[in-house]
Design a protein. Sequence first.
Length: 316
Amino acid sequence: MQRRTGLRREGNNMVDMSVKIGKLKLKNPVMAGSGTFGTEYGELLDIKKMGAYVAKTITMRPRTGNPPPRVAETPSGMLNSIGLENKGAEYFLKETLTGIKKFDIPVIVSIAGDDAAEFAELAKRLDKVRGVDAIELNLSCPNIRYGARSHLIAQCDKATAKVVKKVRKATGKTLIAKLSPNVTDITRIAKSAEDAGADALTVANTYLGMAVDIDTKRPMLGNVTGGLSGPAIKPLSLRMVYQVYKAVKIPIIGSGGIMDWKDAVEFILCGASALQIGTATFVNPSASIEIASGIIAYLRKNKIGSVSKLTGTVKI
Ligand SMILES: Cc1cc2nc3c(=O)[nH]c(=O)nc-3n(C[C@H](O)[C@H](O)[C@H](O)COP(=O)(O)O)c2cc1C
């Protein structure tokens, strides 16, 4: 199961951690997941050591998000129903992006829209912006419903293809489609995104879940349901990365319950070229950087010259 992500020459004792995602060259494959990281973390860790900066999802116009409470702890995971609260594209480009660019690492901007036209409008707006290196399409936020059928875009192969195709026409930047795990067969959606022109896939977003306070008899989240992340979802997301790797040729960014470097290595073995760390950062702000160091140590110990050589090498 070996292919893609060819890369820089290996040094003698050096381990090559660089990976290529579309046109995007990352010096290492570890980044924080959209919505789980902010520039304020710069006070706690050296963000420059991360492979890329993935910004929280933005929409064309500001969104107020879902009613509180928006976060609830569960055994082995957390539920969130933020609902894509953000100040809109213009604010992001004028204010937030300036702060992000200071870290001098590739910037991936996550976008969402009500329909394909809005996704494309936003992608077009970002296309000419220097400092935006790639666009991640959030087709999979479980707290948002699109259209009359009230499903997630990434729950329908045709809707996924429609959005990716329209955005592909609007931008030449690296295009990553973030898929939903809340589906019966993720490979079908993955293939439709690849056929429509996505350069890479993020597999996957959070799982729709719920928790109830038995004293008040009320849901723990103001939105009633929310997205489950953290250790609870790791085996599920890992399985999806494995399935998607066999179904498509474009690189996969693994996301879902990666808490330490061992989890990260499992994702790479099953087909991930890069990784997004979310909930682990809430426990340990330096999680991404420590995970990258752990992968380097694993590669050295196993005499593997480059991380890209590890991708998809699980022995079945
Ligand atoms: C509080 C919170 C906010 C999130 N916001 C976004 C978001 O704005 N856009 C997005 O694509 N994913 C968002 N996610 C999903 C994460 O990027 C990630 O895909 C998911 O949490 C699974 O990874 P994890 O188990 O490592 O957290 C959010 C997750 C959490 C926990």
